[in-house]
Ligand binder design. Sequence first.
Ligand SMILES: *[C@@H]1O[C@H](CO)[C@@H](O)[C@H](O)[C@H]1NC(C)=O
Ligand SMILES: *[C@@H]1O[C@H](CO)[C@@H](O)[C@H](O)[C@H]1NC(C)=O
Length: 589
Amino acid sequence: MSIQMSMKCAAKDPAVLDPGSMLHFEFVIFGFAVADNKDLERHIRMKQATRILYFCLGFLALLNFSFVQAEDPYRYYTWTVTYGSVKVLDQPQRVILINGQFPGPNIECNTNDNVIVNVFNKLDEPFLLTWNGVKQRRTSWQDGVLGTNCPIPPNSNWTYKFQTKDQIGTFNYFPSTALHRAAGGFGGFNVIQRSVISVPYPVPEAEFTLLVGDWYKTDHKVLQQKLDQGIPLPSPDALLINGLKNGPIFTGEKGKSYKFRVSNVGISTSFNFRIQGHTMTLVEVEGAHTMQEVYESLDVHPGQSVAVLVTLHASPKDYYIVASTRFTKSVLTTTGVLRYAGSNTPPSLPLPIGPTYHIHWSIKQARTIRLNLTANAARPNPQGSFHYGGINVVRQLFLANTAAKINGKLRYAVNGISYVDPTTPLKLADWFNIPGVFTLNSIPDKPTNATPVLAPSVVGTTLHDFVEIVLINTEDTVQSWHLDGYSFYVVAYGTRDRPWTPEKRNYRYNLVDAISRHTVQVYPGAWAAILVSLDNKGMWNFRSAIWSRRYLGQQLYFRVWNNEKSLYTETDVPPNALFCGKAKNPLNA
Ligand SMILES: *[C@@H]1O[C@H](CO)[C@@H](O)[C@H](O)[C@H]1NC(C)=O
Ligand SMILES: *[C@@H]1O[C@H](CO)[C@@H](O)[C@H](O)[C@H]1NC(C)=O
């Protein structure tokens, strides 16, 4: 009986097929829970399919609720955000500290943990943190961007509450307001599998978190003023690893394997990462287990994360860890050290060389990064069981980025709309039906030749829509696009000389084992195609991970909606929600 019910529920709700969704595993448990209850069985057999569906949804909601209550641990953090002065490069400069630390503390938690972060804003400006890649299932209320949250005013605090539901992998967090991110306030966010879940690779001896990113010695407010005047940012001054220009040392023992979690926390620049004398086995990208290919070096674009295994098989000494910028006129390089325990032999020059401008090299490598279909992720069922390639696309979007002058100043636009944040978060306006904040679908589904304008752009979609998005890069620089609340399948990277055509779907798209991730690069003059199952209700930011571009309008929101109001698909507005703009007093309105 229980199997039959699962099938019925599965047929009604496509989310069941999604390995990342909460339903699948709980159906199995439900089967056990009712299998020996004869009365219940008889009762259910007499009901119609729809009744069964409602019943099992209700039951699951209860079950899920009790899981959260009984089993998933809570992790509490109290973070005080302040300015501090740190000599990052040659001069002391103003940086953003979390509990006195630059970079901020790493969050280490397990799948399904409840994470409670009480943030005290001691800056002189409103502030928000966003959780890059942590999906905030059913609760875009916690996403920490200006389209979903009122910012935390100076000298006050606000508590984020979310669950790392069904997630595993390497993520990070950073400030989403103003250009705060250029001053720090970021950290790692690592989600480790539950003890009952296996990982598809030998368990490493230990792991290291490497936050690598470009850095400016100019104060973040000065950088922001430049952008406000329509002046593009200069090239960054350095690359840092964990806030250091040179030197972080990672120590391991000969013969053992270590996991390196590497994130690009920079605001504009792609980098290549490599370790002298060692190869790296890629095991995970932004929450998905990859085919375990071996690489000498890896490109990581802004906003992206990878996890690699490195075995210490060489002669015991120190080796350079190197990150160097990609696609830049002058190449910035930073180093760390991989030390064999007990070594007192310093690393030796030359540094291992990596690619600098080589676009084709990067595209070729990107295509080798694929999903391991038989491996599990956060749940025991295989990642490949979703079969995304067989699902009908119900909506197509072609999104083209352009640089534009609006009111005489540099802006970046997507399909002719350069996004501006309204003073009322989109999510609050939507929830409380506050008019005059945004117009749904004001952004066209295809690029236009119309003169670019400023507006909040919101794409209207229906919960469970399966959407194809072709990202068209009309500019000469590498783009990096990120979607909050989701992972998407990167089915194709185009090249400059072969524009997108519908036939590309037949022979260029990987409809079998494309990687599932939250941030994708698009090469100069080229395109990339992604497929996404919109199974997470809410208001979700789709943005350039290159921060000056996002600041000047290269972003939009996806409103994922259906009219059924249910805690099962979306949580209510949180009791501690901040209100602002036209939503100052929405509960009394
Ligand atoms: C602010 O912090 C206090 C504890 O210091 C807490 O009780 C309160 O709930 C927090 N406020 C918000 C809005 O999260
Ligand atoms: C894929 O995952 C399986 C675990 O299901 C693992 O045994 C296998 O080595 C992985 N294959 C590759 C190529 O990574």
